[in-house]
Write a protein that binds this ligand. Structure first.
Ligand SMILES: [Zn+2]
Length: 278
């Protein structure tokens, strides 16, 4: 494979996760060595957003750290899935207050952040009507805030692909990235026609559903992500931004085009989505 000459952009990663607390600098340096020029680091709640804002810490030759602040839909979870079957969880508390504080964090840090996320809907861990409605209200509010501030939006949708796309379109959300979309390729294609982007994680190497997504969507609708520390090539291993070139190779194979073209086009699309000239 010829060398990748365009720096890649990892459009969704959780680098504040405790799994990176001992070697974050090394993980970033390794990603930079493998051609990753920037990483979108998404926040999951108020405390995590603070860690995202604090940045990567010391280290040399690191990719750019692009902070996104959000409130993850799994905070409304009413169900935990275990090998023995689903278990009911107690109702989440004080999320309405936290949502207001996250909105304030986003406004206050408007000029320090690159976007809004992680936000979205998760019907796998949210099975009841009331928490699902609260998730949807939070998504509507955070998508409206992103639009008002002209920031890109980083969206999670699990067992909720079609309903998330419909909600975003109904509320005329803009600059939308659907990350690790697990829905039908046909629904994704409708989203792509509405201008939404879809980021592909390294789990494409072991997921026929993600392969279908890559085949169905035009190259200009595709971005790269790792969702580190999860969705790696091996489901048991820690995923890292250094795995991003694996996605380039998989997309190139599925599309029948050179890896360099995938790298160049996805980076151009990511820069336009981010409004990022760095
Ligand atoms: Zn995520």
């Amino acid at each position: 494979m010829p060398p990748v000459t365009f720096l890649l952009i990892d459009c969704h990663a959780h680098l504040t996760h405790p799994q990176f607390s001992s070697d974050r600098g090394q993980v970033l340096a390794q990603a930079r060595q493998r051609g990753v020029g920037a990483v979108v680091v998404v926040g999951e709640d108020e405390a995590d957003n603070q860690a995202v804002l604090a940045g990567p810490g010391p280290g040399e030759n690191q990719p750019a750290w692009l902070p996104f602040l959000g409130l993850h839909p799994d905070r409304w979870a009413d169900t935990r899935h275990t090998p023995q079957g689903p278990q009911a969880l107690p109702p989440a508390e004080n999320l309405e207050e936290q949502l207001a504080r996250v909105e304030a964090q986003i406004r206050e840090n408007r000029h320090r952040i690159a976007g809004v996320g992680e936000v979205g809907l998760d019907r796998w861990v949210c099975q009841q009507q009331a928490p699902r409605q609260a998730q949807a209200q939070a998504l509507i509010r955070l998508a409206a805030l992103a639009k008002a501030l002209d920031l890109p939006l980083n969206v999670h949708s699990r067992s909720a692909g079609r309903v998330t796309l419909e909600l975003l379109r109904e509320h005329q959300a803009r600059r939308v990235l659907m990350h690790a979309f697990d829905g039908k390729a046909g629904h994704a294609l409708e989203g792509a026609r509405a201008g939404y982007l879809f980021s592909i994680p390294p789990s494409v190497l072991r997921s026929p559903q993600k392969e279908n997504l890559v085949r169905a969507l035009p190259l200009e609708s595709l971005l790269l992500e790792t969702d580190s520390p999860v969705l790696g090539p091996d489901p048991r291993g820690r995923n890292e931004p250094a795995n991003l070139p694996l996605v380039v190779e998989a997309v190139a194979r599925l599309k029948g085009i050179p890896p360099g073209e995938v790298a160049e086009r996805t980076t151009a699309t990511a820069r336009a989505w981010l409004g990022w000239a760095g």
